[in-house]
Design a binder for this molecule. Structure first.
Ligand code: OAD
Length: 231
């Protein structure tokens, strides 16, 4: 018999204690930038330099940050469970902590993409500048899903969530769709946990337990419980 399956939806809150600001907490990133300016195709057409600069700053900051205890705890779950992380985060902290199966719903900060061919994606650790071009000669853009754009991996994620034995939600305001709707693909009897120190509008699904703690504390506790439960 294979290992039981766990699917985990993570949001900005799991990386908060690594020093990456969340989007909607009071000191969130959007404070200084309007979403439509830096995270939409319209913003990109209006001012590519502003958009590149915004993500260049985020990328530089990310390279200074480290995974925290919550990222490491999720990686440790793989000892006894078949774990898939569905993350809305564009950071690589789950990868650096050692998780091996990660779906980046909203793209990845450490990748750049062609504006002529969406399948032309490059690993990218430095700044993206005006004039940086893909192999086909078009400007590179951040490999990020912007508001108003399709979320290509949502169906893959929905299938994972449909088949999971346990579902865990960590550090997301559940305000952005389609990611926020994934919990509705879980089975009726599937045990579900939500970890967030603040009052998230908890979805109306059966078998949902809320752990009102920060990720480093709440995730570590839950993972210890789940590893213990499996003997
Ligand atoms: P939000 O900023 O909307 O929500 C962050 C959540 O993390 C909130 O519910 C906080 O209460 C919680 N939180 C704060 N500190 C925490 C901690 N230490 N431990 C655990 N939770 C904590 O971020 P997301 O829900 O991830 O999209 O936002 C979803 C999407 O909106 C993002 O992926 C981004 C943004 O627009 C794109 O970039 C395309």
């Amino acid at each position: 018999m294979g290992k039981p399956k766990i699917a985990i939806l993570t949001g900005a809150g799991i990386s908060a204690e690594s020093g990456i600001k969340t989007f909607r907490d009071s000191d969130g990133l959007w404070e200084n930038h309007r979403i439509e300016d830096v995270a939409s195709p319209e913003g990109w057409y209006r001012d590519k330099e502003l958009v590149l600069d915004f993500y260049n700053q985020r990328r530089r900051q990310l390279l200074q940050c480290q995974p925290n205890a919550a990222h490491y705890a999720l990686a440790a779950l793989e000892d006894k469970y078949d774990v898939t992380i569905v993350t809305q985060n564009v950071d690589d902290l789950h990868e650096r902590a050692g998780s091996t199966d990660i779906i980046h719903l909203h793209g990845e900060l450490l990748k750049a993409r062609s504006t002529a061919d969406e399948h032309l994606v490059y690993d990218w650790q430095k700044d993206i500048n005006i004039g940086d071009k893909c192999a086909k000669g078009s400007q590179l853009r951040p490999h990020i899903v912007w508001f108003g754009e399709a979320v290509p991996l949502i169906e893959t994620a929905a299938k994972v969530v449909q088949q999971t034995d346990i579902f865990i939600v960590i550090g997301t305001s559940l305000l952005v769709y389609p990611a926020a709707g994934l919990i509705n693909y879980t089975g009726y009897d599937t045990p579900k946990w939500l970890i967030d120190p603040n009052n998230v509008q908890a979805p109306r699904v059966p078998n949902l337990r809320v752990i009102s703690k920060k990720a480093t504390e709440g995730v570590t506790e839950l993972v210890a419980h789940l590893l213990n439960e499996k003997g």
